[in-house]
Design a binder for this molecule. Structure first.
Ligand SMILES: Cc1ncc(COP(=O)(O)O)c(C=O)c1O
Length: 467
């Protein structure tokens, strides 16, 4: 059959997947119906992983020459594949860093897909870029950055950190070259030994060294130790990374004392606030973040504690021009985009094609307003404090550290790593909670990472009772 010929349904085979037809109408209805049920359901189970053998038995091979049809494919997703994915926005998902997208943000993610918006350039997506930039400007203002600050939403904290660090090094190179200084043989990133693994990953990609500095007795990287590192490594230390909420404990480095070093040392200050910087929106969290206003770049992941769906990291530069100079890709076919003063998000990170992944956050912020965010964040910060107090009341439990943000780490008397593992597996098997074992300084423990305002004190108490 030639491309022009039509089937009985009147649709040419080449057009079948794109045209608006009865078939495509049914597909869209099926998908929207599923999405509606998932978004508005209040009893989505936690679910748990399945083995490859089990999945192969239940789902089998799904891609065939003629297709299995949307109804069967969606049925497989709903009944086999989705139940093999842990529900990361479940209130009792308390491991790693969970996610808890608002209903508006999740719903709007469908709109972003449906609209085929291109988020890379002003030319193609000015409306989307305008809205994303409003969300970034709102965040920048909350963090105390100047109104000229700006940036881009990238895929995740790892890419956000890498992009900021690349901009920092380009900036250092340029500054040294302008002064006629020699380029250091090895560039160095100064950060805490507790910094997230994505900093070491960025260093490997950039082929630079990491100077891992010991934190103070409270687990915070602080000015004194950073000063020693800067004095020792001199010109080669181009950036200091302070963590605004460590992943293990939610500890915020002593950013103010590090930022104060800018008065007499030349370095780029980057804040990795992937998880924790969101807490600045709450009066409980804000005091920990003094000094952020002096940062040269910050990141915060809306898919962590700013209630947006996967995946989005807000990368904000104090002086966006440094980001643009570091990242703009040059090619003949792109000149039409890059040789204009227009703001093109692609120019501000290590990427080109991009989904307008900041739009779900923008829509949710626009819908509910900043106050709703403050309430939701405050609820988790308060809950962390309440459950920490409960842990302290229980003689068989020991709080490893008092929580600063919303991560609560604790030990059960007499438990070895195997006990935590067995308990954690049982909780998930019984679909009660997803709480994984962790450890600190060689001692096994477990932790609650709370970002979902639907998590309750009673649920957490129930988990403690199960130990
Ligand atoms: C402090 C911190 N930085 C960076 C990252 C990496 O972010 P992503 O997983 O979005 O790449 C994480 C992830 O948990 C984190 O907690």
């Amino acid at each position: 059959m030639s491309k022009r010929e039509k089937t009985q349904t009147g649709v040419a085979p080449a057009n079948r997947m794109h045209t608006v037809s009865e078939e495509t109408g049914q597909i869209v209805d099926l998908v929207l119906d599923y999405s509606r049920r998932r978004m508005l359901g209040s009893d989505t189970p936690l679910d748990k992983p399945m083995s490859l053998t089990e999945l192969t038995r239940l789902a089998g091979s799904t891609i065939t020459e003629d297709g299995i049809g949307a109804r069967r494919a969606l049925g497989l997703f709903e009944n086999v594949l989705a139940p093999a994915c842990i529900t990361t926005d479940h209130p009792q998902y308390l491991s790693f860093i969970p996610t808890a997208p608002t209903k508006a943000a999740t719903a709007f993610d469908l709109v972003v897909s449906a609209s085929a918006v291109y988020g890379g350039s002003w030319l193609e997506g000015s409306g989307a870029v305008y809205a994303e930039n409003q969300a970034l400007a709102w965040l920048a203002a909350e963090f105390g950055l100047p109104s000229t600050a700006g940036g881009v939403f990238v895929q995740g904290g790892t890419l956000g950190n890498l992009s900021a660090l690349v901009a920092a090094r380009e900036n250092a190179k340029r500054a040294r070259a302008e002064r006629g200084d020699e380029t250091p043989i090895r560039w160095k990133i100064v950060c805490s030994v507790e910094a997230h693994s994505s900093i070491a990953s960025a260093a490997r990609v950039m082929d630079v060294d990491v100077v891992a500095v010991r934190p103070d007795e409270f687990g915070r990287l602080a000015g004194g130790a950073v000063r020693e590192a800067l004095d020792e490594h001199g010109e080669s230390a181009f950036v200091v990374v302070a963590t605004g909420g460590s992943t293990n404990f939610g500890i915020v480095d002593d950013i103010a004392s590090i930022a104060a070093l800018k008065d007499d040392h030349e370095f780029w200050l980057h804040i990795d606030g992937a998880y924790g910087l969101a807490a600045m929106l709450s009066p409980i969290g804000r005091p920990y973040f003094a000094g952020v206003e002096r940062a040269d770049s910050v990141i915060v992941d809306p898919h962590k504690w700013l209630f947006a769906p996967f995946d989005a990291c807000a990368l904000i530069y104090r002086e966006p021009e440094f980001g643009r100079l570091a990242h703009t890709q040059h090619a003949e076919y792109l000149d039409t985009l890059t040789q204009t003063p227009d703001w093109s998000p692609s120019d501000y990170a290590a990427h080109l094609t991009r989904r307008a992944r900041g739009l779900p956050l923008w829509f949710s912020l626009a819908t509910y307003g900043g106050g709703a965010y403050r309430s939701a964040l405050t609820a988790s910060l308060q809950l962390a404090r309440d459950i920490a107090a409960e842990i302290e009341r229980r003689p068989e439990l020991r709080l490893v550290r008092a929580p600063q943000l919303s991560i609560v780490v604790f030990e059960r008397d007499g438990w070895a790593a195997a006990d935590y593992e067995a308990w954690s597996a049982r909780l998930l098997n019984e679909q009660r909670a997803f709480v994984t074992p962790s450890s600190h300084a060689g001692r096994p423990n477990t932790r609650f990472a709370i970002v979902n305002p639907m998590t309750t004190f009673e649920q957490l108490v129930g988990i403690l009772d199960s130990m």
